[in-house]
Write a new protein. Structure first.
Length: 220
């Protein structure tokens, strides 16, 4: 009898400890991604990227959202998990943090239940869905519009995989103008930039639109 009770007690303690470990939420390290968009636009692009992956989510205040729980795959929960009814699953908590009028930071945390600690990293958004790459791809299709300073030039937004030479070719028609553009923006090389960075180009370097000829009025 003592042996039986000891065995049952041991199973109960093991089951309780297992249940405590697998039922409580674990969080992986958060991820961050910077985009050269106002927070409202970055928030919208993030939602579009999630929709493109078929990920359902709930809108939250302050440029945040929470995705619905998704079942994890290829996770062996084992004997005790089957007794406690634990389901291996995960979801994302996403926050867009403004960093100025034209720059934002997207912070993504993955929350898990029933997933071993050594497997949590597999469910990060950048690994599982390439979320940040999809956000950049969408931003490349719909880049922020250039803004005009008070006088003297125009701010252009770099596209992904575009350096100063590419921007100079796109904006001025001559990639050799990258040197002057770099000098005007305090940069040292054509690759000393990041995607969606805002680069100022002087009006004198931009193609000039032809002045329309004055219309002649018929002689009465």
């Amino acid at each position: 009898m003592i042996s039986v009770f000891s065995l049952l007690a041991g199973c109960y303690v093991g089951l309780w400890g297992y249940s405590q470990h697998w039922n409580q939420e674990d969080s992986a390290l958060g991820e961050e991604h910077q985009v050269y968009y106002p927070a409202a636009d970055a928030y919208q692009i993030t939602q579009d990227a999630l929709r493109g992956d078929g990920i359902l989510f709930e809108i939250q205040p302050n440029y945040s959202l929470i995705t619905l729980w998704r079942s994890a795959d290829n996770v062996q929960t084992g004997f005790f998990a089957s007794l406690t009814g634990v389901q291996a699953r995960y979801h994302y908590e996403i926050q867009v943090v403004p960093e100025g009028s034209r720059k934002s930071k997207i912070v993504v945390n993955v929350r898990t239940e029933g997933i071993p600690d050594n497997e949590v990293a597999q469910y990060k958004a950048s690994t599982r869905f390439e979320l940040f790459k999809e956000i950049d791809d969408l931003a490349a299709k719909f880049p922020p519009p250039p803004t005009t300073p008070a006088s003297g030039g125009v701010n252009f937004t770099l596209l992904p995989n575009e350096d100063l030479k590419g921007l100079a070719k796109r904006a001025t028609g001559n990639e050799d103008n990258w040197r002057q553009i770099a000098k005007d923006n305090g940069l040292n090389s054509p690759t000393d930039v990041s995607p969606f960075q805002s680069i100022w180009i002087a009006n004198s370097m931009l193609p000039q639109k032809p002045t329309p000829a004055p219309s002649s009025s018929p002689t009465p």
